[in-house]
Design a protein around this ligand. Sequence first.
Ligand code: ZN
Length: 382
Amino acid sequence: MVQDIITQYIDSQRGAMLSLLEKMVNTDSGSYTTDGVLKVAGFISDVLLPLGFDVQMLPSSKYAPHLLARRRGSGSKKLMFLGHMDTVFDEGTAKRRPFCIEGGKAYGPGVCDMQAGIVCLLYALLALEEAGYTGYEELKILFNSDEERGSETSEQYIIEECGKSDMVLVMEPGMPGDYVVIERQGGGIFNLDIQGKPAHAGACPLDGIHAIDEAAHKILALHGLTDLSLGRSVSVGVIEGGTRSNIIPEHVFMEIDLRARFHHDGIALMEKMQEIVDTSYVPGTESTLTKVMYRPPIEKTPGNQALYQTLVTAARKLGIPVNETYCGGGSDGNYTSAQGIPTIDSLGPIGSLEHTDEEYILVESLFSRCKLTALYIVELSS
Ligand SMILES: [Zn+2]
């Protein structure tokens, strides 16, 4: 029976899974470390090619190429897996704090976010190969190299590829409490430039146009859009402006963070933000808002809920606990869900403290989530 083969196979591969994870974590693969990300892509290809996957590298204008792999099966469902090969860590981090296991937790740069999710998926595919299972129409994997930079150069590929899939399964880390995510906050980054006019602050202040005065009004108006009880917020996180205390400041630059739980709130916030930008509180100032990126929220759609119910079925068969939750912070699942493609996120091994030196995964969850991923593919395909 497929389930027994999956379980036995993954139980027999514990050492191999940990050593692949160790190799990946000990490879510096920050978004800007192109050769390291390429090395990780190499480790992944080494597993996928012998499994009969067609592996392609998609060009990126700024980061390492993204990896797209696909394999055809005999069924009627097209499954797309999403993940990322890059981490937030600088070169030298792997040497400073290499992979280690202590008290049932594995540590190291990117171990949780999300090298363990990659290992989890690869061994789920190996387990299905062991069981001779090919009941899907297509298995597609897109591992990008710039997720930690807002998927700047991979967003177009993600949107294009998910449109040809029936569902998207994201291998971001699971959360303590056995959580997966079918509802996730949306958010964006915006830049605001305010242009005024310089003048001597003592001799002829009226000749100047005070950009910082304008910025102060705008910040209060922007922050007034926040309503945390409704899951929406606007926060000015960076502000730069002025040159000397005795000069009326000519220019202010701000970086703005926007969050929304629902797509219509995100759109409304962006419209209201533009209205505030277009209002001159200090006559003569000119302001320009630039969208750096925006990821719409993952909403709890019927399609996402159905994906979760199938996961619960697979988890029950394996005796593995699973729960669903709402989560702040974005992932590439935000793009696919906004396209109307059923999306489930955080299927990877359970861990926490991503983007910090204390980042970890629970070692046992590497194996349990791997079994779950393999059986989930079977359940979704049938
Ligand atoms: Zn991640």
